[in-house]
Design a protein around this ligand. Structure first.
Ligand SMILES: [Zn+2]
Length: 123
């Protein structure tokens, strides 16, 4: 049932999703050098951290990360194949990418899952 697109196409969809974030928040993310990266799937490091196929993306902070002693920048990772797995159409994929990105951006701004539920960023 998965809906697949090329890496380029996925990147465009993610860029559009980023555009849907209010400019005030986006400029704060930029100023903080928050990286948004796309990976095809989980890496070995991710799997060691418990990132499995049900995880669509994650936020990695520079301070609380246990597996980056040298300090990666803060980043949001979108896992393309994991997201595609839940989608049957392009419209569903676009929605799911946006939901995943907004969910991780909410984490970046310090919201936990209870907060996210309240603002309906997550369903
Ligand atoms: Zn979350």
């Amino acid at each position: 049932m998965a809906y697949h697109v090329s890496a380029d196409e996925f990147e465009r969809i993610a860029a559009d999703a980023l555009e849907s974030i209010p400019p005030a928040l986006r400029s704060q993310m930029d100023a903080d050098n928050l990286l948004i990266t796309i990976q095809p799937g989980a890496t070995n490091d991710d799997r060691d951290e418990g990132i499995d196929e049900r995880v669509l993306g994650y936020f990695q902070g520079s301070t609380e990360s246990t597996f980056s002693p040298t300090g990666y920048p803060k980043r949001i990772v979108l896992l393309q194949h994991h997201i595609e797995r839940w989608c049957r159409t392009r419209a569903e994929l676009v929605d799911q990418v946006r939901d995943t990105l907004l969910h991780e951006v909410a984490h970046y701004f310090g919201m936990d899952h209870d907060d996210i539920e309240k603002t309906r960023l997550h369903h």
